[in-house]
Design a binder for this molecule. Structure first.
Ligand code: HAM
Length: 433
Protein backbone atom coordinates (compact mmCIF):
# COMPACT_ATOMS: atom_id res chain seq x y z
CA UNK A 1 0.00 0.00 0.00
CA UNK A 2 1.25 3.51 -0.87
CA UNK A 3 1.97 5.93 1.95
CA UNK A 4 -0.27 8.99 1.73
CA UNK A 5 1.45 11.80 -0.17
CA UNK A 6 2.00 15.12 1.55
CA UNK A 7 0.22 18.21 0.21
CA UNK A 8 2.12 20.58 -2.09
CA UNK A 9 -0.06 23.48 -0.96
CA UNK A 10 1.43 26.12 1.36
CA UNK A 11 -0.30 26.80 4.70
CA UNK A 12 -3.63 28.63 4.33
CA UNK A 13 -3.20 32.34 3.69
CA UNK A 14 0.52 32.07 2.84
CA UNK A 15 2.14 31.99 -0.57
CA UNK A 16 4.99 30.18 -2.26
CA UNK A 17 7.17 32.44 -4.32
CA UNK A 18 8.36 30.57 -7.40
CA UNK A 19 11.14 32.40 -9.30
CA UNK A 20 8.60 34.23 -11.53
CA UNK A 21 6.79 35.48 -8.41
CA UNK A 22 10.06 36.46 -6.74
CA UNK A 23 11.12 38.33 -9.87
CA UNK A 24 7.99 40.45 -9.64
CA UNK A 25 8.30 41.02 -5.89
CA UNK A 26 12.01 41.85 -6.14
CA UNK A 27 11.20 44.27 -8.92
CA UNK A 28 8.69 46.32 -6.94
CA UNK A 29 10.51 46.13 -3.62
CA UNK A 30 13.75 47.00 -5.45
CA UNK A 31 12.15 50.16 -6.83
CA UNK A 32 10.80 51.03 -3.39
CA UNK A 33 14.14 50.43 -1.69
CA UNK A 34 15.90 52.66 -4.26
CA UNK A 35 13.37 55.47 -3.82
CA UNK A 36 13.61 55.30 -0.03
CA UNK A 37 17.41 55.26 -0.06
CA UNK A 38 17.36 58.21 -2.43
CA UNK A 39 15.29 60.07 0.16
CA UNK A 40 17.95 59.14 2.79
CA UNK A 41 15.85 56.59 4.70
CA UNK A 42 18.03 53.88 6.28
CA UNK A 43 17.10 50.21 6.44
CA UNK A 44 16.83 48.25 9.72
CA UNK A 45 15.42 44.86 10.69
CA UNK A 46 14.55 42.84 13.77
CA UNK A 47 13.56 39.29 14.74
CA UNK A 48 10.41 37.44 13.64
CA UNK A 49 9.67 36.54 17.26
CA UNK A 50 8.89 39.17 19.85
CA UNK A 51 7.44 39.18 23.34
CA UNK A 52 3.63 38.93 23.13
CA UNK A 53 3.36 41.67 25.77
CA UNK A 54 4.53 44.29 23.29
CA UNK A 55 1.39 43.85 21.23
CA UNK A 56 -0.91 43.51 24.24
CA UNK A 57 0.47 46.80 25.59
CA UNK A 58 -0.25 49.01 22.61
CA UNK A 59 -1.35 47.43 19.35
CA UNK A 60 -4.89 46.82 20.59
CA UNK A 61 -7.20 43.92 21.27
CA UNK A 62 -7.84 42.84 17.71
CA UNK A 63 -4.18 42.40 16.80
CA UNK A 64 -2.96 41.08 20.16
CA UNK A 65 -5.79 38.70 21.04
CA UNK A 66 -7.28 37.62 17.75
CA UNK A 67 -4.59 37.99 15.14
CA UNK A 68 -1.25 36.99 16.62
CA UNK A 69 0.27 33.58 16.22
CA UNK A 70 1.56 33.12 19.73
CA UNK A 71 3.04 30.40 21.86
CA UNK A 72 5.01 29.75 25.01
CA UNK A 73 8.61 28.68 24.41
CA UNK A 74 10.41 25.94 26.34
CA UNK A 75 11.64 28.57 28.79
CA UNK A 76 8.08 29.68 29.56
CA UNK A 77 8.31 32.97 27.60
CA UNK A 78 5.14 34.15 25.87
CA UNK A 79 6.09 34.99 22.29
CA UNK A 80 4.34 36.17 19.15
CA UNK A 81 5.33 35.93 15.51
CA UNK A 82 5.38 39.63 14.66
CA UNK A 83 2.02 40.80 13.29
CA UNK A 84 3.38 44.29 12.64
CA UNK A 85 6.71 46.11 12.82
CA UNK A 86 5.98 49.32 14.73
CA UNK A 87 6.47 47.95 18.27
CA UNK A 88 9.75 46.36 17.10
CA UNK A 89 11.09 49.60 15.65
CA UNK A 90 10.06 51.49 18.80
CA UNK A 91 12.00 48.89 20.83
CA UNK A 92 15.07 49.32 18.59
CA UNK A 93 14.93 53.10 18.95
CA UNK A 94 14.51 52.85 22.73
CA UNK A 95 17.43 50.40 22.94
CA UNK A 96 19.95 52.94 21.57
CA UNK A 97 18.15 56.16 22.32
CA UNK A 98 21.27 57.93 23.60
CA UNK A 99 23.33 57.13 20.49
CA UNK A 100 20.91 57.79 17.65
CA UNK A 101 20.93 60.84 15.43
CA UNK A 102 17.40 62.26 15.56
CA UNK A 103 15.31 62.83 13.56
CA UNK A 104 15.71 59.27 12.34
CA UNK A 105 14.42 58.24 8.92
CA UNK A 106 14.17 54.47 8.90
CA UNK A 107 12.58 51.78 6.76
CA UNK A 108 12.22 48.02 6.74
CA UNK A 109 10.50 45.35 4.62
CA UNK A 110 9.61 42.50 7.05
CA UNK A 111 7.22 39.60 6.55
CA UNK A 112 4.39 39.63 9.08
CA UNK A 113 1.87 37.07 10.24
CA UNK A 114 -1.75 37.73 11.18
CA UNK A 115 -4.39 35.11 11.78
CA UNK A 116 -6.98 36.60 9.41
CA UNK A 117 -9.63 35.16 7.15
CA UNK A 118 -7.81 35.11 3.80
CA UNK A 119 -9.57 37.25 1.17
CA UNK A 120 -8.70 39.69 -1.61
CA UNK A 121 -6.03 42.03 -0.20
CA UNK A 122 -5.70 40.12 3.10
CA UNK A 123 -3.56 37.07 3.77
CA UNK A 124 -2.01 35.45 6.82
CA UNK A 125 1.54 36.26 5.73
CA UNK A 126 2.45 39.44 3.92
CA UNK A 127 5.53 41.58 3.41
CA UNK A 128 5.10 45.14 4.59
CA UNK A 129 7.20 48.18 3.75
CA UNK A 130 7.50 50.23 6.96
CA UNK A 131 8.62 53.85 6.78
CA UNK A 132 8.99 55.81 10.02
CA UNK A 133 10.46 59.05 11.29
CA UNK A 134 11.38 59.39 14.97
CA UNK A 135 12.21 62.52 16.93
CA UNK A 136 10.30 65.26 15.12
CA UNK A 137 7.04 66.41 16.74
CA UNK A 138 6.10 68.98 14.12
CA UNK A 139 3.93 68.75 11.02
CA UNK A 140 7.14 68.49 8.97
CA UNK A 141 7.51 64.79 9.80
CA UNK A 142 3.84 64.06 9.01
CA UNK A 143 4.29 65.89 5.72
CA UNK A 144 7.49 63.97 4.97
CA UNK A 145 5.90 60.53 5.51
CA UNK A 146 2.81 61.39 3.47
CA UNK A 147 4.90 62.84 0.67
CA UNK A 148 7.07 59.69 0.80
CA UNK A 149 3.95 57.53 0.40
CA UNK A 150 2.94 59.60 -2.63
CA UNK A 151 6.49 59.49 -4.03
CA UNK A 152 6.58 55.69 -3.81
CA UNK A 153 3.36 55.32 -5.79
CA UNK A 154 4.42 57.97 -8.32
CA UNK A 155 7.59 55.92 -8.76
CA UNK A 156 5.36 53.30 -10.41
CA UNK A 157 3.86 55.98 -12.70
CA UNK A 158 0.65 56.07 -10.65
CA UNK A 159 -1.23 59.37 -10.72
CA UNK A 160 -3.90 61.07 -8.62
CA UNK A 161 -6.73 59.37 -10.51
CA UNK A 162 -5.51 55.99 -9.20
CA UNK A 163 -5.08 56.58 -5.45
CA UNK A 164 -5.91 59.02 -2.64
CA UNK A 165 -4.44 59.60 0.82
CA UNK A 166 -7.32 59.84 3.33
CA UNK A 167 -6.29 61.83 6.40
CA UNK A 168 -7.75 62.37 9.87
CA UNK A 169 -6.37 63.14 13.34
CA UNK A 170 -7.01 61.12 16.50
CA UNK A 171 -6.82 64.14 18.82
CA UNK A 172 -9.30 65.97 16.61
CA UNK A 173 -11.55 62.90 16.58
CA UNK A 174 -11.62 62.73 20.39
CA UNK A 175 -12.23 66.48 20.74
CA UNK A 176 -14.99 66.71 18.19
CA UNK A 177 -16.77 63.66 19.60
CA UNK A 178 -16.45 65.20 23.07
CA UNK A 179 -17.90 68.47 21.70
CA UNK A 180 -20.84 66.68 20.06
CA UNK A 181 -21.56 63.97 22.60
CA UNK A 182 -19.96 65.18 25.83
CA UNK A 183 -17.79 62.03 26.12
CA UNK A 184 -14.65 61.77 28.24
CA UNK A 185 -11.38 60.29 26.86
CA UNK A 186 -12.50 56.69 27.45
CA UNK A 187 -15.92 57.44 25.94
CA UNK A 188 -14.32 58.90 22.80
CA UNK A 189 -12.09 55.81 22.54
CA UNK A 190 -15.15 53.57 22.61
CA UNK A 191 -16.87 55.70 19.98
CA UNK A 192 -13.75 55.46 17.79
CA UNK A 193 -14.05 51.65 17.83
CA UNK A 194 -17.67 51.88 16.64
CA UNK A 195 -16.83 54.43 13.95
CA UNK A 196 -13.91 52.25 12.82
CA UNK A 197 -16.32 49.33 12.28
CA UNK A 198 -18.98 51.47 10.58
CA UNK A 199 -18.36 50.23 7.05
CA UNK A 200 -18.23 46.61 8.12
CA UNK A 201 -21.67 46.48 9.79
CA UNK A 202 -25.24 47.48 8.86
CA UNK A 203 -26.50 50.97 9.59
CA UNK A 204 -28.84 49.47 12.17
CA UNK A 205 -26.00 47.74 14.02
CA UNK A 206 -23.95 50.95 13.90
CA UNK A 207 -26.76 53.00 15.42
CA UNK A 208 -27.37 50.36 18.07
CA UNK A 209 -23.67 50.39 19.08
CA UNK A 210 -23.70 54.18 19.19
CA UNK A 211 -26.89 54.21 21.28
CA UNK A 212 -25.20 51.93 23.81
CA UNK A 213 -22.61 54.68 24.25
CA UNK A 214 -25.35 57.26 24.76
CA UNK A 215 -25.19 58.69 21.24
CA UNK A 216 -28.37 58.82 19.17
CA UNK A 217 -30.64 60.95 16.96
CA UNK A 218 -29.28 64.44 16.67
CA UNK A 219 -25.79 63.51 17.81
CA UNK A 220 -25.52 60.74 15.20
CA UNK A 221 -26.67 63.21 12.54
CA UNK A 222 -23.93 65.65 13.62
CA UNK A 223 -21.33 62.88 13.40
CA UNK A 224 -22.69 61.85 9.96
CA UNK A 225 -22.28 65.42 8.75
CA UNK A 226 -18.52 65.28 9.49
CA UNK A 227 -18.03 62.80 6.65
CA UNK A 228 -18.97 65.35 4.01
CA UNK A 229 -17.17 68.35 5.48
CA UNK A 230 -14.00 69.98 4.25
CA UNK A 231 -11.14 70.02 6.75
CA UNK A 232 -11.80 73.72 7.45
CA UNK A 233 -15.52 73.11 8.17
CA UNK A 234 -14.70 70.16 10.43
CA UNK A 235 -11.95 72.02 12.31
CA UNK A 236 -14.32 74.94 12.92
CA UNK A 237 -16.48 72.65 15.10
CA UNK A 238 -13.80 72.66 17.80
CA UNK A 239 -11.37 75.47 16.98
CA UNK A 240 -9.55 75.15 20.31
CA UNK A 241 -8.62 71.53 19.66
CA UNK A 242 -4.91 70.83 19.17
CA UNK A 243 -5.89 68.09 16.73
CA UNK A 244 -7.95 70.55 14.66
CA UNK A 245 -4.95 72.92 14.47
CA UNK A 246 -2.68 70.04 13.48
CA UNK A 247 -5.06 69.06 10.70
CA UNK A 248 -5.24 72.61 9.35
CA UNK A 249 -1.47 73.01 9.51
CA UNK A 250 -0.88 69.71 7.73
CA UNK A 251 -3.41 70.39 4.97
CA UNK A 252 -1.96 73.83 4.40
CA UNK A 253 1.56 72.34 4.15
CA UNK A 254 0.29 69.65 1.74
CA UNK A 255 -1.24 72.36 -0.44
CA UNK A 256 1.95 74.43 -0.46
CA UNK A 257 3.92 71.32 -1.42
CA UNK A 258 1.55 70.64 -4.33
CA UNK A 259 0.35 67.40 -2.73
CA UNK A 260 -3.26 68.41 -2.06
CA UNK A 261 -4.49 66.76 -5.24
CA UNK A 262 -3.49 63.38 -3.75
CA UNK A 263 -5.06 63.99 -0.32
CA UNK A 264 -8.54 64.24 1.23
CA UNK A 265 -9.80 64.83 4.75
CA UNK A 266 -11.76 61.73 5.82
CA UNK A 267 -13.43 61.60 9.23
CA UNK A 268 -13.87 57.83 8.83
CA UNK A 269 -10.12 57.13 9.16
CA UNK A 270 -9.55 55.93 12.73
CA UNK A 271 -7.00 53.10 12.32
CA UNK A 272 -7.50 49.87 14.22
CA UNK A 273 -4.21 50.12 16.14
CA UNK A 274 -4.44 51.74 19.58
CA UNK A 275 -1.10 53.53 19.68
CA UNK A 276 -1.87 56.38 17.26
CA UNK A 277 -2.24 59.76 18.95
CA UNK A 278 -2.31 62.43 16.22
CA UNK A 279 -2.39 62.37 12.41
CA UNK A 280 -3.76 59.11 10.99
CA UNK A 281 -4.01 58.22 7.32
CA UNK A 282 -4.71 55.46 4.84
CA UNK A 283 -4.03 55.33 1.13
CA UNK A 284 -6.86 53.92 -0.96
CA UNK A 285 -6.81 52.54 -4.45
CA UNK A 286 -9.47 54.39 -6.47
CA UNK A 287 -10.38 51.14 -8.28
CA UNK A 288 -13.54 49.82 -6.57
CA UNK A 289 -12.45 46.17 -6.75
CA UNK A 290 -9.49 46.93 -4.43
CA UNK A 291 -11.52 48.45 -1.65
CA UNK A 292 -9.02 47.77 1.15
CA UNK A 293 -6.49 50.31 2.38
CA UNK A 294 -3.15 49.95 0.63
CA UNK A 295 -1.16 51.95 3.19
CA UNK A 296 -1.98 52.73 6.79
CA UNK A 297 -0.12 54.89 9.24
CA UNK A 298 0.01 57.80 11.58
CA UNK A 299 1.67 59.51 14.52
CA UNK A 300 2.30 57.73 17.81
CA UNK A 301 3.63 59.63 20.79
CA UNK A 302 3.92 56.95 23.44
CA UNK A 303 5.46 53.83 21.95
CA UNK A 304 9.15 54.44 22.65
CA UNK A 305 8.08 55.27 26.22
CA UNK A 306 7.04 51.63 26.69
CA UNK A 307 10.71 50.70 26.81
CA UNK A 308 12.51 53.68 28.45
CA UNK A 309 11.42 56.08 31.16
CA UNK A 310 10.98 59.81 30.68
CA UNK A 311 11.38 59.94 26.96
CA UNK A 312 9.49 62.25 24.67
CA UNK A 313 10.64 60.68 21.41
CA UNK A 314 7.64 60.51 19.07
CA UNK A 315 7.24 58.61 15.83
CA UNK A 316 5.20 58.87 12.68
CA UNK A 317 5.12 56.45 9.78
CA UNK A 318 3.20 53.99 7.68
CA UNK A 319 3.13 50.42 6.50
CA UNK A 320 2.01 49.03 3.18
CA UNK A 321 1.81 45.50 2.03
CA UNK A 322 2.89 43.59 -1.06
CA UNK A 323 -0.58 42.05 -1.52
CA UNK A 324 -2.50 45.31 -1.89
CA UNK A 325 0.36 46.91 -3.84
CA UNK A 326 0.39 44.05 -6.36
CA UNK A 327 -3.41 44.29 -6.78
CA UNK A 328 -2.99 48.02 -7.37
CA UNK A 329 -0.19 47.61 -9.93
CA UNK A 330 -2.04 44.87 -11.81
CA UNK A 331 -5.38 46.75 -11.82
CA UNK A 332 -3.82 49.95 -13.17
CA UNK A 333 -1.51 48.08 -15.59
CA UNK A 334 1.63 49.52 -14.02
CA UNK A 335 3.81 46.40 -14.31
CA UNK A 336 6.16 46.55 -17.29
CA UNK A 337 7.39 43.45 -19.04
CA UNK A 338 10.12 42.91 -16.51
CA UNK A 339 11.35 39.70 -18.11
CA UNK A 340 12.83 41.61 -21.02
CA UNK A 341 15.06 43.68 -18.83
CA UNK A 342 18.82 43.38 -18.99
CA UNK A 343 21.29 41.08 -20.68
CA UNK A 344 21.47 37.43 -19.66
CA UNK A 345 23.68 35.06 -21.63
CA UNK A 346 23.54 31.28 -21.86
CA UNK A 347 26.89 29.80 -22.86
CA UNK A 348 25.93 26.82 -25.01
CA UNK A 349 28.14 23.75 -25.16
CA UNK A 350 29.50 21.33 -27.73
CA UNK A 351 31.06 18.10 -26.66
CA UNK A 352 34.17 18.48 -28.84
CA UNK A 353 35.23 21.66 -27.03
CA UNK A 354 36.93 21.17 -23.66
CA UNK A 355 34.60 21.94 -20.76
CA UNK A 356 37.05 24.33 -19.12
CA UNK A 357 36.92 26.64 -22.18
CA UNK A 358 33.24 27.23 -21.38
CA UNK A 359 34.01 27.76 -17.71
CA UNK A 360 36.59 30.38 -18.73
CA UNK A 361 34.15 32.09 -21.12
CA UNK A 362 31.42 32.21 -18.45
CA UNK A 363 33.87 33.60 -15.91
CA UNK A 364 34.94 36.25 -18.39
CA UNK A 365 31.32 37.30 -19.02
CA UNK A 366 30.69 37.53 -15.29
CA UNK A 367 33.85 39.58 -14.80
CA UNK A 368 32.37 42.04 -17.31
CA UNK A 369 29.23 42.22 -15.16
CA UNK A 370 27.12 40.22 -17.63
CA UNK A 371 24.60 37.83 -16.04
CA UNK A 372 25.55 34.47 -17.50
CA UNK A 373 25.49 30.74 -17.06
CA UNK A 374 26.90 27.80 -18.89
CA UNK A 375 24.42 25.16 -20.01
CA UNK A 376 24.68 22.51 -17.30
CA UNK A 377 24.60 18.96 -18.57
CA UNK A 378 24.67 17.58 -22.09
CA UNK A 379 21.89 18.25 -24.59
CA UNK A 380 21.56 18.83 -28.30
CA UNK A 381 22.14 22.43 -29.39
CA UNK A 382 18.43 22.97 -30.26
CA UNK A 383 17.38 21.87 -26.77
CA UNK A 384 19.88 24.29 -25.24
CA UNK A 385 18.30 27.12 -27.27
CA UNK A 386 14.82 26.08 -26.04
CA UNK A 387 16.16 26.19 -22.49
CA UNK A 388 17.55 29.71 -23.06
CA UNK A 389 14.25 30.99 -24.45
CA UNK A 390 12.19 29.53 -21.61
CA UNK A 391 14.71 30.81 -19.06
CA UNK A 392 14.36 34.43 -20.31
CA UNK A 393 17.97 34.59 -21.54
CA UNK A 394 18.54 37.51 -23.90
CA UNK A 395 21.51 35.95 -25.73
CA UNK A 396 23.24 32.67 -26.34
CA UNK A 397 27.00 32.43 -26.71
CA UNK A 398 28.10 29.81 -29.25
CA UNK A 399 31.67 28.58 -29.20
CA UNK A 400 32.33 25.53 -31.35
CA UNK A 401 35.70 24.15 -32.41
CA UNK A 402 36.11 26.70 -35.24
CA UNK A 403 35.31 29.72 -33.02
CA UNK A 404 37.66 28.37 -30.39
CA UNK A 405 40.46 28.13 -32.91
CA UNK A 406 39.84 31.70 -34.07
CA UNK A 407 39.61 32.92 -30.44
CA UNK A 408 36.08 34.16 -31.09
CA UNK A 409 32.55 33.55 -29.88
CA UNK A 410 29.24 33.94 -31.72
CA UNK A 411 26.62 35.91 -29.82
CA UNK A 412 23.02 35.49 -30.82
CA UNK A 413 20.39 37.95 -29.63
CA UNK A 414 17.32 35.81 -29.00
CA UNK A 415 14.75 38.53 -29.57
CA UNK A 416 16.20 40.16 -32.72
CA UNK A 417 17.79 36.87 -33.94
CA UNK A 418 20.86 38.93 -34.88
CA UNK A 419 24.17 37.03 -34.75
CA UNK A 420 27.58 38.64 -34.30
CA UNK A 421 31.01 37.03 -34.15
CA UNK A 422 33.18 38.77 -31.59
CA UNK A 423 36.82 38.29 -30.67
CA UNK A 424 37.13 37.02 -27.09
CA UNK A 425 39.34 40.03 -26.36
CA UNK A 426 36.63 42.46 -27.45
CA UNK A 427 33.69 41.03 -25.56
CA UNK A 428 33.49 44.03 -23.26
CA UNK A 429 32.97 46.32 -26.28
CA UNK A 430 30.00 44.24 -27.43
CA UNK A 431 28.23 44.37 -24.06
CA UNK A 432 29.11 48.01 -23.45
CA UNK A 433 26.70 48.99 -26.27
P1 HAM B 1 -1.87 48.23 9.26
O1 HAM B 1 -2.93 49.16 8.80
O2 HAM B 1 -2.26 47.14 10.16
O3 HAM B 1 -0.75 49.13 9.93
O4 HAM B 1 -1.17 47.64 7.99
C1 HAM B 1 -0.62 48.49 7.00
C2 HAM B 1 -0.83 47.91 5.61
O5 HAM B 1 -0.29 46.59 5.57
C3 HAM B 1 -2.27 47.72 5.17
O6 HAM B 1 -2.80 48.91 4.64
C4 HAM B 1 -2.10 46.65 4.11
O7 HAM B 1 -1.54 47.16 2.90
C5 HAM B 1 -1.04 45.77 4.70
N1 HAM B 1 -1.63 44.64 5.46
C6 HAM B 1 -1.97 44.60 6.75
N2 HAM B 1 -2.46 43.39 7.09
C7 HAM B 1 -2.43 42.65 5.97
C8 HAM B 1 -2.79 41.31 5.64
N3 HAM B 1 -3.29 40.48 6.56
N4 HAM B 1 -2.61 40.88 4.38
C9 HAM B 1 -2.10 41.70 3.45
N5 HAM B 1 -1.71 42.97 3.68
C10 HAM B 1 -1.89 43.44 4.92
C11 HAM B 1 0.35 48.64 10.57
O8 HAM B 1 0.70 47.50 10.53
C12 HAM B 1 1.19 49.73 11.21
N6 HAM B 1 2.18 49.06 12.08
C13 HAM B 1 1.84 50.59 10.16
C14 HAM B 1 2.67 51.71 10.69
C15 HAM B 1 4.01 51.89 10.53
N7 HAM B 1 2.22 52.72 11.43
C16 HAM B 1 3.23 53.53 11.71
N8 HAM B 1 4.32 53.01 11.18
Amino acid sequence: MCAQLLSTQPYKGTRDFYPDDMRLRNWFFGKIRNSLELAAFEEYNGPMLESLEMYIAKSGEEIANEQTYNFTDRGGRRLAVRPEMTPTVARLVAGKIGELNFPLKWFSIPNLYRYERPQRGRLREHWQVNVDIFGCDGFEADLEVISTAVMLLKGFDADESMFKVHINNRRFFNDVIAAIAGTDAEGSRKVSKVVDRKNKVTREAYEKDMAELGIDGDKIAKIDALYTMSVQEAAALCPESRGACELLELFSALKNAGLDKYCVFDFGIIRGLDYYTGTVFEVFDEAPENNRAMFGGGRYDNLVGLFVKNTNITGVGFGFGDVTLENFLVTHKLIPDIYNQGTKVLVTRFEDVPYEKYIALTDKLRSLGVVSSMYIGVKKFGKQIDYAVKGHYSHVAIMGASELEANTVKLKNLSTREEVTVSLDELDGYFAN
